[in-house]
Design a protein around this ligand. Sequence first.
Ligand SMILES: Nc1ncnc2c1ncn2[C@@H]1O[C@H](COP(=O)(O)OP(=O)(O)OP(=O)(O)O)[C@@H](O)[C@H]1O
Ligand SMILES: [Mg+2]
Length: 234
Amino acid sequence: MLEVRNLKVSYDGVLAISDVSLKVGKGKLVALVGGNGNGKSTTLRAIAGLNACEAGQIHFQGAAIDKVPAHRRVPMGLSLVPEGRRLFARLTVERNLELGAYTRDDRAEVAASVEHIYSLFPILKERRRQLAGTMSGGEQQMLAIGRGMMSKPTLLLLDEPSWGIAPKFVTKVLDTIKMVNQQGVSVLLVEQSLHKALAIADYGYVIQTGRIVMEGAGQELLHNEDIKKAYLGL
Ligand SMILES: Nc1ncnc2c1ncn2[C@@H]1O[C@H](COP(=O)(O)OP(=O)(O)OP(=O)(O)O)[C@@H](O)[C@H]1O
Ligand SMILES: [Mg+2]
């Protein structure tokens, strides 16, 4: 589904990621974990087309997409739920969802998609008329994921969905992500916390200073002592 090879991205000449290669198979939930400033968001943004790549290739569903602009990657099936959620705080829950379908012009089907999101996240239906900015962190994250699903992605890119959420709701958000994945959407999940992400992932990559330094099946990485010591300070 997605294959990234030797990706390199700089900001104003300063290298942010130097060598990132990873794959997400169809229907899989893959985690990319690492600490602050190691290049997780840069990688996701490059895949979504928001960062230009200096070197490397990105293949999505068999096609090279390196040169495809971000807004055209969305209808191809790529959807990014950005770091910090970036909701429209002063618009209602429903309006936020509708805006997630901005690349679609099939109004009746967009309404059906909103209903589908409500079936996945009943709390959003209850709060459909509430302003997004007045909801709890966990609810806002559900909305951000719901909005990301409104473009009917085949691959969802999630940037730290557990950010700013009370610990007791983190599990709920992760369960939701797993549920979305089980419905057939492939997921690339970025998290700082190895435990959170790998608990639900099929496969994981560890990124450190802009490079992939380790990869493996979720459970394998979770129990790898080297990772705990060297990369995650656990
Ligand atoms: N817009 C930008 N301009 C300049 N440098 C940037 C920019 N965004 C990120 N960087 C730098 O690129 C590197 C990677 O940052 P990135 O945001 O990808 O890390 P991250 O792993 O997502 O971190 P975090 O866990 O804090 O979100 C860092 O050194 C960061 O300072
Ligand atoms: Mg980040």
